[in-house]
Design a protein around this ligand. Structure first.
Ligand code: ATP
Ligand code: MG
Length: 447
Protein backbone atom coordinates (compact mmCIF):
# COMPACT_ATOMS: atom_id res chain seq x y z
CA UNK A 1 0.00 0.00 0.00
CA UNK A 2 1.36 3.45 -0.86
CA UNK A 3 1.47 5.84 2.07
CA UNK A 4 0.74 9.54 2.00
CA UNK A 5 4.24 11.00 1.92
CA UNK A 6 3.04 14.40 3.12
CA UNK A 7 2.16 12.86 6.50
CA UNK A 8 4.63 12.61 9.36
CA UNK A 9 5.27 9.25 11.09
CA UNK A 10 3.06 8.64 14.14
CA UNK A 11 4.60 9.84 17.41
CA UNK A 12 6.95 12.30 15.69
CA UNK A 13 6.38 16.02 15.33
CA UNK A 14 7.44 19.11 13.40
CA UNK A 15 8.40 22.13 15.44
CA UNK A 16 7.40 25.35 13.67
CA UNK A 17 5.43 27.22 16.31
CA UNK A 18 7.18 30.54 16.97
CA UNK A 19 6.76 30.38 20.72
CA UNK A 20 7.97 26.79 20.93
CA UNK A 21 11.05 27.58 18.85
CA UNK A 22 11.75 30.61 21.02
CA UNK A 23 11.32 28.63 24.25
CA UNK A 24 13.59 25.87 22.90
CA UNK A 25 16.34 28.31 21.92
CA UNK A 26 16.12 30.06 25.29
CA UNK A 27 16.21 26.69 27.07
CA UNK A 28 19.34 25.73 25.12
CA UNK A 29 21.03 28.99 26.13
CA UNK A 30 20.09 28.54 29.77
CA UNK A 31 21.39 24.96 30.06
CA UNK A 32 24.65 25.86 28.43
CA UNK A 33 25.10 28.88 30.73
CA UNK A 34 24.31 27.04 33.96
CA UNK A 35 26.57 24.15 32.94
CA UNK A 36 29.40 26.65 32.48
CA UNK A 37 28.78 28.02 35.98
CA UNK A 38 29.17 24.52 37.44
CA UNK A 39 32.28 23.76 35.36
CA UNK A 40 30.53 21.03 33.38
CA UNK A 41 31.75 20.33 29.85
CA UNK A 42 29.64 19.31 26.87
CA UNK A 43 29.66 15.92 25.13
CA UNK A 44 28.10 15.25 21.74
CA UNK A 45 28.01 11.51 21.18
CA UNK A 46 26.30 10.14 18.05
CA UNK A 47 22.64 9.22 17.83
CA UNK A 48 23.28 5.66 16.59
CA UNK A 49 25.08 3.07 18.69
CA UNK A 50 25.33 -0.71 18.76
CA UNK A 51 22.11 -2.30 20.05
CA UNK A 52 24.15 -4.47 22.38
CA UNK A 53 25.46 -1.42 24.25
CA UNK A 54 21.94 -0.45 25.29
CA UNK A 55 20.73 -3.99 25.89
CA UNK A 56 23.61 -4.76 28.18
CA UNK A 57 23.39 -1.58 30.25
CA UNK A 58 19.71 -0.63 30.33
CA UNK A 59 18.60 -4.22 30.86
CA UNK A 60 16.23 -6.23 28.69
CA UNK A 61 13.66 -6.45 31.52
CA UNK A 62 12.99 -2.72 31.34
CA UNK A 63 10.44 -1.08 29.06
CA UNK A 64 13.13 0.53 26.92
CA UNK A 65 15.39 -2.50 26.57
CA UNK A 66 12.43 -4.77 26.10
CA UNK A 67 10.28 -3.14 23.45
CA UNK A 68 10.82 0.56 22.96
CA UNK A 69 14.07 0.73 21.00
CA UNK A 70 14.27 1.58 17.32
CA UNK A 71 16.71 -1.15 16.30
CA UNK A 72 17.56 -2.34 12.84
CA UNK A 73 20.15 -4.26 10.92
CA UNK A 74 22.81 -2.23 9.19
CA UNK A 75 24.01 -3.31 5.71
CA UNK A 76 26.85 -5.28 7.35
CA UNK A 77 24.27 -7.27 9.40
CA UNK A 78 25.17 -5.53 12.64
CA UNK A 79 22.25 -4.50 14.84
CA UNK A 80 22.28 -0.78 15.59
CA UNK A 81 19.80 1.41 17.50
CA UNK A 82 18.69 4.99 17.74
CA UNK A 83 19.66 6.02 21.25
CA UNK A 84 16.70 5.80 23.66
CA UNK A 85 18.51 7.83 26.34
CA UNK A 86 21.77 9.72 26.88
CA UNK A 87 23.58 8.29 29.89
CA UNK A 88 24.69 5.04 28.28
CA UNK A 89 26.12 6.79 25.21
CA UNK A 90 27.96 9.26 27.46
CA UNK A 91 29.47 6.39 29.43
CA UNK A 92 30.61 4.69 26.20
CA UNK A 93 32.05 7.99 24.99
CA UNK A 94 34.00 8.85 28.17
CA UNK A 95 35.45 5.34 28.40
CA UNK A 96 36.46 5.16 24.75
CA UNK A 97 38.05 8.60 24.78
CA UNK A 98 39.61 8.15 28.20
CA UNK A 99 37.95 11.24 29.63
CA UNK A 100 37.21 10.27 33.18
CA UNK A 101 40.54 10.22 34.95
CA UNK A 102 41.99 13.15 36.84
CA UNK A 103 44.84 13.93 34.52
CA UNK A 104 45.88 17.50 33.92
CA UNK A 105 42.86 19.50 32.86
CA UNK A 106 40.61 16.59 31.96
CA UNK A 107 37.08 17.06 33.23
CA UNK A 108 34.79 14.53 34.80
CA UNK A 109 31.51 16.39 34.72
CA UNK A 110 29.66 16.34 31.41
CA UNK A 111 26.39 17.48 29.92
CA UNK A 112 24.58 16.49 26.73
CA UNK A 113 21.54 17.65 24.86
CA UNK A 114 19.72 16.19 21.90
CA UNK A 115 17.07 13.88 20.50
CA UNK A 116 16.23 10.45 21.95
CA UNK A 117 13.96 7.82 20.38
CA UNK A 118 11.53 5.41 22.02
CA UNK A 119 8.74 3.51 20.37
CA UNK A 120 6.14 4.11 23.05
CA UNK A 121 2.44 4.89 22.80
CA UNK A 122 2.18 8.58 21.81
CA UNK A 123 0.16 10.75 24.21
CA UNK A 124 0.44 14.10 26.00
CA UNK A 125 4.08 14.55 27.02
CA UNK A 126 5.11 11.30 25.36
CA UNK A 127 6.66 11.32 21.91
CA UNK A 128 8.70 8.86 19.90
CA UNK A 129 11.38 11.46 19.31
CA UNK A 130 12.02 13.87 22.18
CA UNK A 131 14.93 15.91 23.50
CA UNK A 132 16.78 15.31 26.70
CA UNK A 133 19.24 17.53 28.50
CA UNK A 134 21.34 15.62 30.99
CA UNK A 135 24.29 16.04 33.32
CA UNK A 136 26.60 13.24 34.46
CA UNK A 137 29.19 13.45 37.25
CA UNK A 138 31.76 10.67 36.80
CA UNK A 139 34.10 9.61 39.61
CA UNK A 140 32.10 11.28 42.38
CA UNK A 141 30.93 9.11 45.25
CA UNK A 142 30.35 11.82 47.86
CA UNK A 143 26.88 12.79 49.06
CA UNK A 144 27.66 16.40 48.22
CA UNK A 145 27.78 15.46 44.54
CA UNK A 146 24.21 14.06 44.79
CA UNK A 147 23.30 17.35 46.46
CA UNK A 148 25.01 19.47 43.80
CA UNK A 149 23.25 17.61 40.99
CA UNK A 150 19.94 18.29 42.74
CA UNK A 151 20.93 21.93 43.28
CA UNK A 152 21.58 22.22 39.55
CA UNK A 153 18.04 21.00 38.85
CA UNK A 154 16.68 23.36 41.47
CA UNK A 155 18.47 26.30 39.85
CA UNK A 156 17.34 25.30 36.37
CA UNK A 157 13.66 24.80 37.17
CA UNK A 158 13.02 27.28 39.95
CA UNK A 159 15.46 30.13 39.45
CA UNK A 160 16.10 30.21 35.71
CA UNK A 161 12.87 28.87 34.21
CA UNK A 162 10.61 30.19 36.98
CA UNK A 163 8.74 26.88 37.37
CA UNK A 164 8.17 27.50 41.06
CA UNK A 165 5.68 24.68 41.51
CA UNK A 166 7.95 21.90 40.21
CA UNK A 167 8.16 19.31 42.99
CA UNK A 168 11.21 17.23 43.84
CA UNK A 169 10.31 13.62 44.69
CA UNK A 170 13.15 11.63 46.18
CA UNK A 171 13.82 8.08 47.35
CA UNK A 172 16.64 5.64 47.87
CA UNK A 173 16.69 2.21 46.23
CA UNK A 174 19.78 1.06 48.15
CA UNK A 175 22.08 -1.62 46.78
CA UNK A 176 21.30 -4.66 44.61
CA UNK A 177 20.71 -6.87 47.64
CA UNK A 178 18.30 -4.34 49.19
CA UNK A 179 16.33 -4.29 45.96
CA UNK A 180 16.28 -8.07 45.76
CA UNK A 181 14.93 -8.29 49.34
CA UNK A 182 12.33 -5.61 48.67
CA UNK A 183 11.35 -7.35 45.43
CA UNK A 184 10.71 -10.56 47.41
CA UNK A 185 8.62 -8.55 49.89
CA UNK A 186 6.52 -7.22 47.00
CA UNK A 187 6.14 -10.70 45.52
CA UNK A 188 4.84 -12.23 48.73
CA UNK A 189 2.69 -9.18 49.48
CA UNK A 190 1.01 -9.37 46.07
CA UNK A 191 0.31 -13.12 46.27
CA UNK A 192 -3.14 -12.37 47.64
CA UNK A 193 -3.82 -9.82 44.90
CA UNK A 194 -2.80 -11.73 41.75
CA UNK A 195 -6.37 -11.54 40.41
CA UNK A 196 -6.22 -7.80 39.85
CA UNK A 197 -2.87 -7.91 38.00
CA UNK A 198 -2.75 -7.63 34.22
CA UNK A 199 -0.59 -10.03 32.22
CA UNK A 200 2.06 -7.32 31.80
CA UNK A 201 2.06 -6.56 35.51
CA UNK A 202 2.46 -10.27 36.29
CA UNK A 203 5.49 -10.38 34.01
CA UNK A 204 6.99 -7.33 35.74
CA UNK A 205 6.28 -8.92 39.13
CA UNK A 206 8.27 -11.95 38.08
CA UNK A 207 11.17 -10.22 36.43
CA UNK A 208 11.59 -6.84 38.11
CA UNK A 209 9.04 -6.44 40.94
CA UNK A 210 10.10 -3.02 42.25
CA UNK A 211 9.19 -1.54 38.87
CA UNK A 212 5.55 -2.07 39.83
CA UNK A 213 5.88 0.82 42.30
CA UNK A 214 5.85 3.44 39.56
CA UNK A 215 2.75 1.94 37.95
CA UNK A 216 0.22 4.36 36.50
CA UNK A 217 -2.66 2.07 37.56
CA UNK A 218 -4.56 3.69 40.44
CA UNK A 219 -5.92 0.34 41.69
CA UNK A 220 -2.46 -1.15 41.98
CA UNK A 221 -1.10 2.06 43.51
CA UNK A 222 -3.73 1.91 46.26
CA UNK A 223 -2.78 -1.64 47.09
CA UNK A 224 0.93 -0.89 47.09
CA UNK A 225 0.46 1.94 49.61
CA UNK A 226 0.11 -0.85 52.19
CA UNK A 227 3.68 -2.03 51.56
CA UNK A 228 6.44 -1.08 53.97
CA UNK A 229 8.63 1.65 52.48
CA UNK A 230 11.80 0.58 50.70
CA UNK A 231 13.73 3.26 52.56
CA UNK A 232 12.89 1.54 55.88
CA UNK A 233 14.33 -1.76 54.69
CA UNK A 234 17.70 -0.53 53.42
CA UNK A 235 21.08 -1.82 54.52
CA UNK A 236 22.82 0.34 57.15
CA UNK A 237 25.14 2.08 54.67
CA UNK A 238 22.42 3.02 52.20
CA UNK A 239 20.08 4.11 54.97
CA UNK A 240 22.78 6.38 56.43
CA UNK A 241 23.46 7.81 52.98
CA UNK A 242 19.88 8.79 52.30
CA UNK A 243 19.42 10.22 55.80
CA UNK A 244 22.50 12.38 55.29
CA UNK A 245 21.29 13.56 51.90
CA UNK A 246 17.84 14.49 53.24
CA UNK A 247 19.48 16.40 56.09
CA UNK A 248 21.65 18.29 53.58
CA UNK A 249 18.57 19.13 51.50
CA UNK A 250 16.93 20.51 54.65
CA UNK A 251 19.98 22.63 55.38
CA UNK A 252 19.97 23.93 51.79
CA UNK A 253 16.27 24.85 52.00
CA UNK A 254 15.43 22.58 49.07
CA UNK A 255 11.93 21.21 49.47
CA UNK A 256 11.34 17.54 48.67
CA UNK A 257 8.76 14.82 48.97
CA UNK A 258 10.00 11.43 50.14
CA UNK A 259 8.22 9.13 47.70
CA UNK A 260 8.32 5.33 47.80
CA UNK A 261 7.05 5.12 44.22
CA UNK A 262 10.24 6.62 42.77
CA UNK A 263 12.25 3.58 41.68
CA UNK A 264 13.34 4.56 38.13
CA UNK A 265 12.68 2.64 34.97
CA UNK A 266 16.26 1.71 34.14
CA UNK A 267 18.29 -1.07 35.70
CA UNK A 268 21.46 0.75 36.48
CA UNK A 269 20.55 3.00 39.42
CA UNK A 270 21.45 2.59 43.11
CA UNK A 271 20.84 4.58 46.31
CA UNK A 272 19.70 8.14 45.45
CA UNK A 273 16.87 8.37 42.91
CA UNK A 274 14.70 11.40 42.22
CA UNK A 275 12.26 13.00 39.83
CA UNK A 276 10.98 16.51 39.37
CA UNK A 277 7.26 16.49 38.68
CA UNK A 278 4.76 19.09 37.55
CA UNK A 279 1.06 18.78 38.19
CA UNK A 280 -0.07 20.38 34.92
CA UNK A 281 1.18 17.42 32.89
CA UNK A 282 -1.33 14.75 33.91
CA UNK A 283 0.00 11.22 34.13
CA UNK A 284 3.28 11.96 32.27
CA UNK A 285 4.23 14.37 35.03
CA UNK A 286 8.02 13.83 35.35
CA UNK A 287 10.04 16.65 33.80
CA UNK A 288 13.36 15.30 35.04
CA UNK A 289 14.62 12.03 36.44
CA UNK A 290 17.94 10.95 37.80
CA UNK A 291 20.03 9.40 40.48
CA UNK A 292 23.17 7.53 41.32
CA UNK A 293 24.51 4.78 39.05
CA UNK A 294 27.73 3.46 40.56
CA UNK A 295 27.89 0.19 38.62
CA UNK A 296 27.10 1.31 35.05
CA UNK A 297 30.61 2.34 34.03
CA UNK A 298 31.91 -1.03 35.18
CA UNK A 299 29.18 -2.87 33.30
CA UNK A 300 30.27 -1.19 30.06
CA UNK A 301 34.00 -0.60 30.51
CA UNK A 302 35.13 -2.90 33.35
CA UNK A 303 36.40 -0.03 35.50
CA UNK A 304 34.90 1.17 38.76
CA UNK A 305 33.68 4.75 38.42
CA UNK A 306 30.85 5.90 40.69
CA UNK A 307 28.49 8.37 39.03
CA UNK A 308 25.43 10.51 39.51
CA UNK A 309 23.30 12.55 37.10
CA UNK A 310 19.90 13.34 35.69
CA UNK A 311 17.99 13.79 32.42
CA UNK A 312 15.41 16.46 31.70
CA UNK A 313 12.53 15.81 29.28
CA UNK A 314 12.71 19.05 27.30
CA UNK A 315 9.28 18.80 25.56
CA UNK A 316 7.55 18.33 28.92
CA UNK A 317 9.34 21.40 30.30
CA UNK A 318 8.13 23.37 27.27
CA UNK A 319 4.56 22.17 27.88
CA UNK A 320 4.80 23.57 31.43
CA UNK A 321 6.27 26.86 30.21
CA UNK A 322 3.56 27.25 27.58
CA UNK A 323 0.97 26.81 30.34
CA UNK A 324 2.57 29.54 32.43
CA UNK A 325 2.77 31.74 29.35
CA UNK A 326 -1.00 31.49 29.10
CA UNK A 327 -1.35 32.81 32.65
CA UNK A 328 1.37 35.43 32.53
CA UNK A 329 0.60 39.12 32.82
CA UNK A 330 4.13 40.40 32.35
CA UNK A 331 6.59 40.20 29.51
CA UNK A 332 9.98 41.69 28.90
CA UNK A 333 9.47 43.37 25.56
CA UNK A 334 10.27 47.04 25.05
CA UNK A 335 9.30 48.46 21.68
CA UNK A 336 11.44 51.32 20.39
CA UNK A 337 9.63 54.00 18.42
CA UNK A 338 12.22 56.04 16.61
CA UNK A 339 10.67 59.16 15.06
CA UNK A 340 13.66 61.51 15.25
CA UNK A 341 14.15 63.33 11.98
CA UNK A 342 17.59 64.85 12.52
CA UNK A 343 19.82 62.33 14.28
CA UNK A 344 18.03 59.00 14.29
CA UNK A 345 21.26 56.98 14.43
CA UNK A 346 21.70 58.23 18.02
CA UNK A 347 18.49 56.37 18.93
CA UNK A 348 19.94 53.13 17.59
CA UNK A 349 23.17 53.72 19.46
CA UNK A 350 21.31 54.41 22.70
CA UNK A 351 19.28 51.24 22.20
CA UNK A 352 22.49 49.26 21.69
CA UNK A 353 23.75 50.63 25.01
CA UNK A 354 20.56 49.45 26.71
CA UNK A 355 21.02 45.99 25.14
CA UNK A 356 24.52 45.92 26.68
CA UNK A 357 23.06 46.62 30.10
CA UNK A 358 19.91 44.47 30.01
CA UNK A 359 20.50 41.13 28.37
CA UNK A 360 17.13 39.67 29.31
CA UNK A 361 15.05 42.43 27.74
CA UNK A 362 13.93 42.32 24.13
CA UNK A 363 14.33 45.74 22.45
CA UNK A 364 12.30 45.63 19.26
CA UNK A 365 12.39 48.56 16.82
CA UNK A 366 9.42 49.40 14.64
CA UNK A 367 9.79 50.64 11.08
CA UNK A 368 11.22 54.14 11.60
CA UNK A 369 10.21 55.41 8.17
CA UNK A 370 6.55 55.20 9.29
CA UNK A 371 4.74 58.02 11.05
CA UNK A 372 4.53 58.13 14.83
CA UNK A 373 0.91 56.90 14.68
CA UNK A 374 1.70 53.97 12.40
CA UNK A 375 4.68 52.98 14.53
CA UNK A 376 2.42 53.02 17.60
CA UNK A 377 0.02 50.65 15.81
CA UNK A 378 2.91 48.30 14.98
CA UNK A 379 3.97 48.42 18.62
CA UNK A 380 0.47 47.48 19.80
CA UNK A 381 0.52 44.34 17.66
CA UNK A 382 3.69 43.20 19.35
CA UNK A 383 1.94 43.71 22.65
CA UNK A 384 4.84 44.94 24.76
CA UNK A 385 4.73 46.16 28.34
CA UNK A 386 6.75 49.26 27.53
CA UNK A 387 7.23 51.66 24.62
CA UNK A 388 10.33 53.81 24.48
CA UNK A 389 10.06 56.92 22.29
CA UNK A 390 12.99 58.59 20.61
CA UNK A 391 12.18 61.94 18.95
CA UNK A 392 14.38 64.91 18.16
CA UNK A 393 13.64 66.40 21.57
CA UNK A 394 14.89 63.29 23.42
CA UNK A 395 18.05 63.19 21.31
CA UNK A 396 18.77 66.90 21.85
CA UNK A 397 18.19 66.89 25.62
CA UNK A 398 19.64 63.42 26.33
CA UNK A 399 16.37 62.45 28.05
CA UNK A 400 13.96 59.52 27.61
CA UNK A 401 10.22 59.10 27.19
CA UNK A 402 8.75 55.73 28.15
CA UNK A 403 5.14 54.57 28.26
CA UNK A 404 4.13 51.79 30.63
CA UNK A 405 1.20 50.20 28.83
CA UNK A 406 -0.03 48.19 31.82
CA UNK A 407 -1.11 51.33 33.69
CA UNK A 408 -1.18 53.74 30.74
CA UNK A 409 1.39 56.08 32.31
CA UNK A 410 3.82 57.97 30.09
CA UNK A 411 6.99 59.25 31.75
CA UNK A 412 8.27 62.12 29.64
CA UNK A 413 11.79 63.52 29.53
CA UNK A 414 13.17 61.36 32.33
CA UNK A 415 16.89 60.97 33.02
CA UNK A 416 18.95 57.91 32.07
CA UNK A 417 19.19 56.77 35.71
CA UNK A 418 15.38 56.97 36.10
CA UNK A 419 14.96 54.89 32.95
CA UNK A 420 17.42 52.30 34.21
CA UNK A 421 15.45 51.90 37.44
CA UNK A 422 12.33 51.12 35.40
CA UNK A 423 14.12 48.64 33.12
CA UNK A 424 15.72 46.82 36.04
CA UNK A 425 12.26 45.66 37.09
CA UNK A 426 11.64 43.81 33.83
CA UNK A 427 15.11 42.41 33.30
CA UNK A 428 14.17 39.39 35.43
CA UNK A 429 12.46 37.23 32.80
CA UNK A 430 14.83 34.70 31.36
CA UNK A 431 12.26 33.53 28.88
CA UNK A 432 9.90 35.82 27.05
CA UNK A 433 6.39 35.27 28.15
CA UNK A 434 4.10 37.32 25.95
CA UNK A 435 0.72 38.41 27.23
CA UNK A 436 -2.21 36.17 26.45
CA UNK A 437 -4.55 38.82 25.12
CA UNK A 438 -3.31 38.98 21.55
CA UNK A 439 -1.90 36.26 19.40
CA UNK A 440 1.31 38.01 18.49
CA UNK A 441 4.76 37.25 19.56
CA UNK A 442 7.47 39.70 18.60
CA UNK A 443 5.35 40.53 15.63
CA UNK A 444 4.97 36.90 14.58
CA UNK A 445 1.78 34.91 14.87
CA UNK A 446 1.54 32.19 17.45
CA UNK A 447 -0.32 29.16 16.14
P1 ATP B 1 8.25 8.00 32.03
O1 ATP B 1 7.96 7.25 33.29
O2 ATP B 1 7.55 9.30 31.98
O3 ATP B 1 8.12 7.18 30.82
P2 ATP B 1 11.03 7.37 32.09
O4 ATP B 1 11.24 6.79 33.43
O5 ATP B 1 10.86 6.46 30.93
O6 ATP B 1 9.77 8.37 32.13
P3 ATP B 1 13.68 8.49 31.79
O7 ATP B 1 14.15 7.39 30.93
O8 ATP B 1 14.21 8.60 33.14
O9 ATP B 1 12.08 8.49 31.80
O10 ATP B 1 13.87 9.89 31.03
C1 ATP B 1 14.04 11.13 31.71
C2 ATP B 1 12.98 12.12 31.32
O11 ATP B 1 12.82 12.15 29.90
C3 ATP B 1 11.59 11.81 31.83
O12 ATP B 1 11.43 12.27 33.15
C4 ATP B 1 10.72 12.58 30.88
O13 ATP B 1 10.66 13.95 31.24
C5 ATP B 1 11.47 12.46 29.57
N1 ATP B 1 10.89 11.43 28.71
C6 ATP B 1 11.02 10.09 28.79
N2 ATP B 1 10.34 9.46 27.81
C7 ATP B 1 9.76 10.44 27.06
C8 ATP B 1 8.94 10.45 25.89
N3 ATP B 1 8.59 9.32 25.27
N4 ATP B 1 8.53 11.64 25.40
C9 ATP B 1 8.89 12.81 26.00
N5 ATP B 1 9.66 12.87 27.11
C10 ATP B 1 10.10 11.70 27.64
MG1 MG C 1 9.18 5.59 29.99
Amino acid sequence: MTKDTTKIIRGFKDIYNDLEIKLLVDFETIISNISKQYGINELRPPILERTELFERSIGTDTEIGNKEMYSFEDKNSESISLRPEGTVTCVRCVIENNLIYDRGIKRKKYWYYGPMFRRERPQKGRFRQFNQFGIEYFGFDDINSDLEVIMFGNRLFKKELGIKDAKLHINSIGNAEDRKKYGDTIKSFLKKHTKILTEDQKKTLNRNPIRLLDTKSETLREILYELPNLIDMLSIKSRKRVEDLLEKLNQSNIEYILDNSIVRGLDYYNDTVFEWKHKSLGSQDAICAGGRYDSLVNKIGKIDVPAVGFAVGVERVLLVLRESYKNAKENNIVVIINYAKKDSVKCLMKTEKLRDQFNKIVFYSTNSSSTLDKQYKQAEKINPNYILYFGDEEVRSDKYTIKILKDGIKHEQISESELIEILKRINKWAINIPKKKKNFYLGLRII
